[in-house]
Design a protein around this ligand. Structure first.
Ligand SMILES: Cc1cc2nc3c(=O)[nH]c(=O)nc-3n(C[C@H](O)[C@H](O)[C@H](O)COP(=O)(O)O)c2cc1C
Length: 396
């Protein structure tokens, strides 16, 4: 792309952190694109990785759906031929299904890295004991992680774990879960500094990230939560001592953040200050790339791009009426026409284009299986529920 800034070769710059080593994988820029359902598909990942180095994780796929080879799951784990390493995030509540899914990924050579999702706070997931609810059942957590590591190690595929601080302030799990994951042989642990109850509210607690970093001196620890700029990333590294950062919402509508992050970690202060034409061309390219991702279904691609519009144009004076037309766009031609109406002389608006974006809101009740928090061991009923998940063919 022409609008990528010239960068000196990495070797010429003073790296602020060493490369991130995940088993056999060396990630030169210690930055991870956080898995985001409905966002981090091949199209968005390509845009991001064109700007900078890092590890680009796909959207989470459920082990059950993968084993059943549901078309949407196979789409989610697709990688482009030049995407190396191929990173897949798995979600599961059950060690047996996890084992089948990992074996499938390994035997069919479908990925180079596996991340396990223990951070999802949405009711649909925590109600089944999954995501951020799961590490509370520490032996179940151990079993899922150990099974994944055992199966993945057959192809020397590194496994990482991504988690939250816990269910709520009274049920924090991250330190114990981090130790258990390390002992099970994971290559790194990533912590989002919120509990499930916090959802996306308030600010991420970076002190917890530091505490985890200090508790696990022998494996890389990655910090996640509220990195909105390259400066935030450097700040997190300085305050917590993490080995790398995981960036989610901060790159929504601004894939060039990965260029800023690479520059920052190489000790350079160049940053993207995109004018409106750069934003428009990136949005158009994103939309175009979504069409092959959805197997040529332009309508689906346009439905998908609509959710990105507000993020791309955050802070740019483009007018309410055009914004509302953009979020109902049906065809690529319509999108091009609408964007063609914009004043191409609009420059970078500064502060209004920066800062928080995407999900926020307030703390939420965490929906859990019955008696989930009564003990860290599964009771008979909960064990049955987990096993039923193994034979459930209608799950998400
Ligand atoms: C739209 C959206 C979808 C997400 N999907 C996933 C997911 O599939 N797997 C996961 O582990 N986390 C998921 N997350 C959480 C992010 O990976 C990340 O942990 C969280 O947004 C905090 O990081 P941030 O402050 O940089 O956004 C999602 C977050 C958002 C906003």
């Amino acid at each position: 792309m022409t609008d990528i800034l010239d960068r000196p070769a990495a070797s010429a710059a003073q790296a602020l952190l060493p490369a991130l080593q995940l088993g056999p994988i060396t990630v030169d820029t210690p930055v991870v694109l956080a898995p985001m359902a409905g966002i981090t598909n091949t199209a968005f990942r390509r845009l991001c990785r064109e700007y900078g180095g890092g590890l680009y994780v796909n959207e989470m796929v459920t082990a059950r759906a993968l084993v059943e080879r549901r078309p949407e799951s196979l789409r989610i784990i697709k990688h482009e031929p030049d995407e190396v390493p191929r990173s897949v995030q798995l979600y599961s509540v059950d060690p047996v299904t996890t084992g089948h899914a990992v074996r499938m990924l390994v035997e069919e050579d479908r990925c180079d890295h596996i991340d396990l999702n223990f951070g999802c706070p949405v009711p649909k997931v925590t109600r089944k004991g999954g995501g951020a609810a799961l590490p509370w059942k520490i032996r179940l957590f151990e079993s899922i992680v150990a099974t994944t590591v055992r199966e993945a190690s057959k192809a020397n595929i590194p496994v990482t774990v991504k988690m939250r601080r816990g269910v709520d302030e009274d049920h924090l799990t991250y330190v114990e879960a981090g130790r258990v994951a390390r002992d099970a042989g994971v290559a790194a642990v990533a912590l989002h500094g919120r509990t499930a109850r916090q959802h996306y509210s308030g600010t991420a607690d970076w002190d917890s990230i530091k505490r985890l970093r200090d508790s696990l001196p022998d494996i890389p620890v990655l910090g996640n939560g509220d990195i909105w700029s390259a400066e935030d990333a450097l700040d997190m590294v300085e305050r917590t001592g993490v080995d790398g950062v995981v960036v989610g919402r901060g790159c929504q509508g601004r894939p060039w953040l990965f260029g800023d992050l690479q520059a920052a970690f190489e000790g350079r202060d160049e940053r993207y200050r995109p004018d409106l034409p750069m934003v428009i061309s990136t949005l158009l390219r994103h939309a175009e790339m979504l069409i092959p991702y959805f197997d040529g279904d332009e309508r689906k691609a346009m439905q998908d791009i609509r959710k990105h519009v507000a993020w791309y144009f955050k802070g740019y004076p483009i007018g309410g009426s055009l914004r509302s037309q953009l979020v109902t766009v049906e065809t690529m031609a319509q999108l091009q026409d609408l964007l063609g109406e914009l004043d191409q002389s609009i420059g970078y608006p500064g502060e209004p284009a920066e800062g928080p974006r995407g999900r926020a809101g307030s703390a939420k009740k965490v929906h859990l299986p019955q008696d989930w928090l009564a003990s860290q061991e599964l009771n008979a009923q909960q064990r049955e529920m987990i096993q039923a998940a193994e034979v459930d063919t209608s799950g998400g």
